[in-house]
Design a protein around this ligand. Structure first.
Ligand SMILES: CC(C)(COP(=O)(O)OP(=O)(O)OC[C@H]1O[C@@H](n2cnc3c(N)ncnc32)[C@H](O)[C@@H]1OP(=O)(O)O)[C@@H](O)C(=O)NCCC(=O)NCCS
Length: 179
């Protein structure tokens, strides 16, 4: 078991609302996409962030000093409101493969968009993560190179993502079942 993850700690995945949640999400993105993967230099934010909805995974949501341990963002296609995208999925390195944080971020991303009229949910997924998305009922439409790295353009099967109309409450990860 990871030393940073205590089984009594609740992890809630929800739409970000508070400034500290936004700051925590952006800090993880910088750590992952700038430092760990070296895709961006210092700051990965772009114009999509002006309109995107951030999601966060928060450890200790009911207790003292909650902290953000994962994030993703969702956004509509400006030309077609029924088409949504997910991007910048990142889980803090010491919380990966513990308790399905990434999978739950993906679930809320797609299900909350579904509740807002999404009929097509797409993402450009780094090739090493395509097996994870396939297990979560996504299919590859195309293979492309983005930022010099191999990606799959993938689409979620919405039949596996029932609409979630309460994204600010989100989903709670049961660590005891996940452990
Ligand atoms: C990709 C990432 C978000 C996954 O988050 P995570 O919290 O570790 O994933 P989960 O624990 O929810 O994984 C769910 C299941 O998929 C498996 N899995 C996780 N990543 C996988 C991968 N790349 N390939 C295959 N299986 C994977 C897990 O072992 C787990 O299996 P289980 O249900 O049998 O226990 C995380 O590894 C990460 O932040 N990576 C760096 C940034 C990145 O690559 N972002 C994505 C850009 S597309």
């Amino acid at each position: 078991m990871n030393a940073a993850l205590h089984t009594d700690d609740k992890i809630v995945v929800r739409w970000a609302g508070e400034p500290w949640e936004h700051e925590g999400a952006l800090a993880i993105r910088r750590a992952v996409f700038c430092e760990e993967q070296g895709i961006f230099d210092g700051d990965d934010r772009d114009e999509t962030d002006d309109t995107a909805q951030l999601l966060v995974a928060v450890q200790g949501a009911d207790g003292a000093a909650p902290c953000v341990v994962g994030t993703v963002r969702i956004h509509r296609d400006p030309a077609d409101a029924s088409v949504w995208y997910g991007s910048r999925l990142a889980v803090r390195a010491d919380f990966r493969r513990h308790g399905r944080i990434g999978a739950t971020l993906i679930r809320l991303a797609v299900s909350s968009a579904h509740a807002l009229g999404c009929t097509t949910f797409l993402a450009r997924v780094q090739a090493q993560n395509a097996p994870l998305f396939r297990r979560l009922h996504w299919c590859t439409l195309e293979e492309v190179i983005v930022f010099g790295r191999a990606h799959h353009v993938m689409r979620a099967d919405l039949a596996h993502y029932p609409p979630c109309a309460t994204p600010c409450a989100g989903f709670t990860i049961d660590q005891r079942r996940a452990a």
